[in-house]
Design a protein around this ligand. Structure first.
Ligand code: HEM
Length: 618
């Protein structure tokens, strides 16, 4: 082996002990340094915790709101004391507070620096934090990813935020809500007529396959006057390489990459190149939207959100409301993002919960039916307040699966907070300036002091008197969601049309035949955390056309020409169906033509297709 004839001599004892000694000294130095670092680290953590009243709570190595924490929570599974996992707050619900014995807990983390974050699940303390904005501002540095296209209303504070809010708030008007309703109805009709067509049963592999497009189409048209439909925009328009809906979808799933990835890394993989293209394309679409609106020959009276923003950007007279072009893009992006993901996943969880609870679905169906059958026209925005059970179903879904599980705030001056503890007493503790606070939305929404049987899906809890301050999916106070009514309008319109026409079921799959309700619930409502809470991947739904409910899906045609009435009656008698499961059931003659001499349609907007068929035939 040693061909050179050299022998491998053992080190002589003096040289060996010298080598050991050097190694020992080096290791001791390293361990001593580590020890000193660890002691300092622990002392710092202890000091911070003591300054916060020594509250107890969960402990992880990485802080979930830091960049390393964001990365580890995405690539590693949840590991106790190390990595929280992306959706740990929704997974834990009230548990950390139950262990802490009070409605406040400290999240203790080591990296990137020793830190204690105060978590709150107490309605009174949360109200105080959301009411006093100057004392508890928003930590805008945590929202950096949302400013990729420009400064905006969500990622700002102080005077800057006030300016954006002043510009944006008027756009969320009653006229805009009405537009949301009308456009949602058209989008659902388009789905039923042109995508689902005559199918009596439609299986979707994942609920979001329909809820993401619905939410995008609604915000596209009611937000930006840009009508995208199920069958349009399948190919990119001239001058583009990507359709708007694809660009937005890719973007909302990968917005964090924009701040994490250095410029040189964008070309590395197919995926990063696609994301980069989505950013470029999306910006181009937004610029085109702005240009088209600005250069329009005639200024139309429009009620979409965008009009308000564009007008404000144009208003450079200096009343303090004007925003720059970059700010305009930043806000356009944030509206699209805020109005898209949250709504889509909430709708998806709602479908899942209704499919899991057929009794609740039936109750919802009956309530919708009782409202629609009392009208002699299609339900409109003005009827929205009557769909009380639909709203209760959404609220219960938002209680159980809040899209924004954590709402961060910071403390601008030393203060104290008071929370309720396990025996019903109160604990007051100091909260020093600089502390990060997190409103723990699932903790509050599953707090058994305010919600009886919190793990059960019970929409009726929102019908009577319910604890308003213990429900914060849209946050509270001055920084609460501007789009709440927008979403509620969209959601109720979708729900009214879908549930009155289709029964939502879980797709039966042989491999899950023997599962218990709890297992099925966990599988179907699996969640993950992106920018918002997202519905898991296992949600296959079955939309079954309600075939046997001809009296429910009635078609009132107010007919003013006798010959038409005759033809319609003949049709009613015949076995011809205009769509599977729906027949012309109620044909009514009017003595006089309605004032505008237009045929009036039935209360179920869905019957539009049937109505069209009938008029063609007559
Ligand atoms: C299920 C639906 C929705 C939920 C649960 C939701 C939730 C929230 C939450 C929790 C906040 C506060 C965020 C924070 O403090 O960081 C917020 C803010 C906001 N949301 Fe929503 N949102 C929804 C739908 C929408 C829609 C449809 C739009 C617009 C079309 C919208 C626009 C906004 C805006 C502009 C803000 C910033 C308000 C401000 O800071 O002044 N949201 N939303």
């Amino acid at each position: 082996m040693f061909t050179s004839g050299h022998h491998l001599l053992p080190l002589n004892p003096t040289r060996r002990s010298l080598a050991y000694w050097t190694m020992f000294t080096a290791l001791s130095a390293v361990f001593s340094l580590l020890g000193v670092f660890l002691i300092q680290h622990l002392l710092k953590l202890r000091r911070i915790a003591r300054n916060l009243g020594n509250l107890s709570g969960p402990r992880f190595l990485f802080n979930p709101s830091s960049a390393p924490g964001q990365l580890t929570m995405r690539v590693l599974p949840p590991i106790p004391y190390v990595n929280s996992g992306g959706s740990w707050m929704l997974a834990q619900k009230y548990q950390d507070f139950a262990i802490a014995g009070q409605d406040a807990a400290l999240l203790i983390t080591d990296f990137p620096q020793p830190k204690c974050t105060l978590f709150l699940a107490d309605p009174a303390a949360i109200k105080e934090v959301t009411t006093y904005r100057a004392r508890f501002p928003k930590p805008v540095e945590l929202y950096a990813a949302l400013s990729v296209f420009g400064r905006n209303i969500v990622a700002s504070e102080g005077e800057e935020w006030k300016r954006y809010r002043k510009v944006a708030a008027p756009a969320f008007s009653e006229r805009n809500n009405k537009l949301v309703w009308d456009e949602t109805v058209l989008i659902m009709k388009d789905l039923f007529d042109n995508v689902w067509g005559n199918k009596s049963e439609v299986v979707v592999d994942h609920g979001v396959d329909i809820t993401l497009p619905i939410a995008l189409f609604v915000i596209g048209v009611a937000g930006f006057g840009r009508r995208v439909t199920w069958t349009s925009d399948l190919v990119p328009p001239p001058g583009h390489q990507m359709a708007l809906k694809d660009a937005l979808h890719i973007l909302s799933n990968n917005v964090l990459m924009k701040i994490i990835l250095p410029n040189w890394a964008w070309g590395l993989t197919k995926h990063t190149r696609e994301v980069q293209l989505a950013f470029i394309e999306f910006k181009q679409y937004m610029i085109e939207l702005v240009d088209a609106r600005r250069n329009a020959k005639e200024k139309e009276e429009r009620y979409d959100l965008f009009s308000g923003l564009v007008d404000a950007a144009r208003d450079e007279q200096g009343d303090g409301a004007a925003i720059s072009d970059e700010e305009l893009l930043g806000n356009v992006f944030i509206f699209l993002l805020a109005g898209h993901e949250t709504a889509a996943h909430t709708l998806c969880f709602t479908f899942a919960l209704l499919a899991l609870h057929p009794d609740e679905q039936e109750r919802l169906y009956q309530q919708i039916k009782s409202v629609t059958s009392s009208l002699d026209r299609a339900p409109g925005y003005e009827d929205m307040g009557r769909f009380t059970y639909s709203l209760a179903v959404f609220y219960e879904t938002l209680r159980m699966f809040p899209p924004a599980p954590s709402i961060p705030k910071e403390v601008a001056e030393d203060t104290t907070l008071t929370v309720t503890n396990a025996d019903g007493g109160k604990t007051t503790f100091p909260v020093p300036s600089g502390t990060e606070i997190n409103l723990h939305v699932p903790g509050l929404h599953y707090n058994p002091r305010y919600w009886k049987d919190p793990h059960a899906f019970k929409p009726e809890r929102f019908l009577g008197d319910w604890p308003k301050d213990a429900f914060i999916p849209f946050s509270l106070g001055a920084r609460a969601c501007l789009g709440r009514r927008f979403f509620e309008t969209e959601g109720i319109a979708v729900m009214t049309m879908l549930v009155s026409n289709y029964k939502i079921e879980i797709k039966e799959e042989p491999e899950f035949a023997g599962e218990t309700f709890e297992q099925r619930f966990a599988r179907i409502t699996a969640f993950d955390q992106g920018l918002t809470t997202i519905a898991g991947l296992a949600l296959s739904l079955d939309f079954v056309w309600i075939r046997d409910s001809t009296t429910d899906l009635h078609l009132h045609l107010h007919c003013f020409r006798p010959q038409r009435l005759k033809a319609l009656n003949a049709l009613q008698q015949s076995s011809r169906v205009v769509r599977p499961g729906i027949r012309a059931v109620s044909v009514q003659g009017l003595k006089r033509a309605p004032p505008n001499r237009r045929l009036q349609r039935d209360p179920m907007p869905d019957n539009f297709a049937a109505f069209r068929s009938l008029t063609v035939m007559n």
